[in-house]
Design a binder for this molecule. Sequence first.
Ligand SMILES: Nc1ncnc2c1ncn2[C@@H]1O[C@H](COP(=O)(O)OP(=O)(O)OP(=O)(O)O)[C@@H](O)[C@H]1O
Length: 238
Amino acid sequence: MTAIPIQPPLIQLSGVTKTLKGQGEPRPILSGVDLTVRAGESVAILGRSGSGKSTLLSLIGLFDRPDGGQYLLHGRDISRIPERRAARLRSQEFGFVFQRFFLLKHLTAMQNVAMALVNGQGWLPRRKRRAKVMTALEQVGIAHLAKHRPARLSGGEQQRVAIARALVREPRVLLADEPTGALDTETGALVIDVLHAATDRGCGLILVTHDHAHANRMGRVVRLSDGLLVPERAGVFS
Ligand SMILES: Nc1ncnc2c1ncn2[C@@H]1O[C@H](COP(=O)(O)OP(=O)(O)OP(=O)(O)O)[C@@H](O)[C@H]1O
């Protein structure tokens, strides 16, 4: 009988700490965060304004490093990696979606998505690049708007272009920081659907949100409170 190899979690944070050292007194923001995210799992992070949700997401997305604790990505310790390696992992492993869409207004939806391939994927033949871009636009349901510039797209459609741009590199983890913050409730729900669909393809999804309804669409809900992540609602993986 062959043993089935056990996949390590995509993300495993243990006792992660972060203190902000500005001009005044050092201020602890994260004081021992534990979080495990597996392939295909979705987690919502709730927490009051200023509780450190974006700080946590920037550590997970390797824009910053923890002061203490351990960060494993696919079982490998990346808690203290240098910026060069972090930059490579950021573009290979993560897709980012923010409240603002950050689309280039003179480029079409297609060209905006293709930018993510130009930056960091090496050289891809034109036909292959186009196919990848169209697949990503199809995944978010706006392939028919491929030739539209942002000014001709609604807020929800623009956010879907931004999600396609995050998906086109086939990230293993999607990090979404208030992705519905600039959208009305109905459009926001549609964007959450699109993000959640990525988990069906094995992507891990971490969603920072203030919206309880959106959080409840995720497999698991945790709350950042006093520098710690506490379970709010367990999911199938917990
Ligand atoms: N670069 C920085 N320099 C100084 N303080 C910062 C910096 N970035 C964040 N902070 C502070 O750290 C704390 C946590 O900020 P963070 O943005 O992570 O919170 P948040 O939970 O995402 O808030 P919100 O829900 O309002 O977006 C806040 O008090 C914020 O003012």
